[in-house]
Design a protein around this ligand. Structure first.
Ligand SMILES: NC(=O)c1ccc[n+]([C@@H]2O[C@H](COP(=O)([O-])OP(=O)(O)OC[C@H]3O[C@@H](n4cnc5c(N)ncnc54)[C@H](O)[C@@H]3O)[C@@H](O)[C@H]2O)c1
Ligand SMILES: [Zn+2]
Ligand SMILES: [Zn+2]
Length: 371
């Protein structure tokens, strides 16, 4: 069939809206009519080259849609089912899935190539060339074919144009606080960078019982929004936050510091460590450029003498098949704000405008809505 998708043909080029040829699903695969996709900063890393991609690539990994057709062997999904994609697939069988770490499923190893999990080929084609898929999903499109391992079935009354955000940003930010940082009641927490990820880290910290949440972002609008999501204080930089945290904590500093800036920067990690208490933890959720392999300006002596911890977090360090329904339940109870995360919606053709708005700090999340 023919459909429309946003394709990146080269690094540092705009997204190009193309009519593409989409093959039917093969064994273990599903054809999905997309409803919406969030515009996460991780797709921007493909554009800048900070995250290497198998170009040409269809972008997008924070999507939701309605199953149209299932390939042979897919027994638990049928046409009409509503699905949110996990940006990391989960097979349910590998050691990580078996240990309660679906975010580290072995199938994730295939993400670099972005081809179909089952046979390493492509269902998406344009101009006689095979297209790869961001996170093996390609949600910047009206339709896509993905492996069943990427699908999480949700109730048909869930509004997918909002719930698409659970495919990445919500779970990543919330889990960075709740699982990776292990925020405990009474903690002082700093969240550095209030975009789609950081806003959810703030919400996670609040739900986990943090006493103080200091939201740090240079953009005033982001700081205002952070207060709506549950922050108790704001600062425009980590340097500005230092004195504030010192004062608020009587010099003991923050129990948890969660890094959710647009582009990770090793040179500011020293400041993050300085904000952190004895036995406190810095969580690195933001993506650092792949070529940045040195220059993290931190005192390693601090790790020993103060027993500080520096940990990474992928997809909120949790289990999307359990966490997505859990967060939707909190949303249904009015305990989790999904609506407030969406600043503006765009058609697929508005994708470059949407990403410009993200660069300009105008959106918590911009969302592409397809019909
Ligand atoms: N680990 C994961 O699983 C995972 C998943 C999704 C996204 N990410 C990454 O998380 C990061 C955030 O993504 P997003 O979609 O929320 O981005 P975003 O662009 O929507 O938000 C980033 C925010 O950081 C702020 N910022 C930039 N420099 C800053 C600084 N020096 N100090 C404080 N704030 C600063 C910006 O003003 C912006 O508000 C990206 O690097 C993204 O690739 C990681
Ligand atoms: Zn993302
Ligand atoms: Zn697995």
């Amino acid at each position: 069939m023919k459909t429309k998708a946003a394709v990146l043909w080269e690094v540092n080029a705009p997204w190009s809206i193309e009519e593409i040829e989409l093959d039917p699903p093969k064994a273990g695969e599903v054809l999905v009519k997309m409803v919406a996709s969030g515009m996460c900063h991780s797709d921007e890393h493909l554009v800048t080259g900070d995250l290497p991609a198998n170009i040409p690539v269809i972008g997008g990994h924070e999507g939701a849609g309605i199953v149209q057709e299932v390939g042979p062997g897919v027994s638990w999904l049928q046409p009409g089912d509503h699905v949110i994609f996990g940006f990391i697939p989960s097979c349910g069988k590998c050691p990580s899935c078996s240990n309660g770490h679906q975010n580290l499923c072995d199938l994730g190893a295939a993400m670099g190539l972005g081809l179909q999990i089952a046979d390493g080929t492509s269902r998406h084609h344009a101009d006689g060339r095979d297209l790869s898929l961001m996170c093996m999903l390609g949600t910047f499109a009206h339709h896509t074919v993905v492996n069943e391992a990427s699908c999480i079935k949700v109730d048909n009354d869930i509004p997918l144009e909002k719930a698409c955000l659970l495919g990445c940003g919500v779970i990543t930010g919330w889990g960075s606080s709740v699982y990776a940082a292990d925020v405990a009641p009474g903690d002082t927490v700093c969240v550095v960078g209030i975009g789609g990820i950081g806003a959810n880290a703030v919400q996670g910290a609040k739900l986990a019982g943090a006493k103080r949440i200091i939201a740090i972002d240079p953009v005033e609008f982001k700081r205002e929004k952070a207060m709506e999501f549950g922050a108790t204080h704001t600062a425009s930089s980590m340097a500005e936050a230092f004195g504030l945290v010192q004062q608020l904590s009587w010099g003991t500093m923050a129990d948890k510091v969660i890094m959710t800036m647009g582009v990770g920067d090793g040179s500011v990690l020293g400041e993050a460590m300085a904000l952190t208490a004895k036995r406190g933890r810095v969580v690195v959720t933001n993506i650092h450029p792949a070529m940045e392999t040195s220059g993290a300006g931190i005192s390693l002596l601090d790790l020993t003498l103060m027993e500080k911890q520096l940990v990474g977090s992928l997809f909120g360090s949790g289990n999307p098949r359990a966490d997505i329904p859990k967060l939707l339940g909190l949303w249904r109870e009015g305990k989790f704000d999904l609506d407030g995360l969406i600043t503006k919606t765009y058609p697929l053709e508005g994708i470059n405008e949407g990403y410009q708005d993200m660069r300009d700090g105008k959106n918590i999340r911009g969302v592409l809505v397809y019909s």
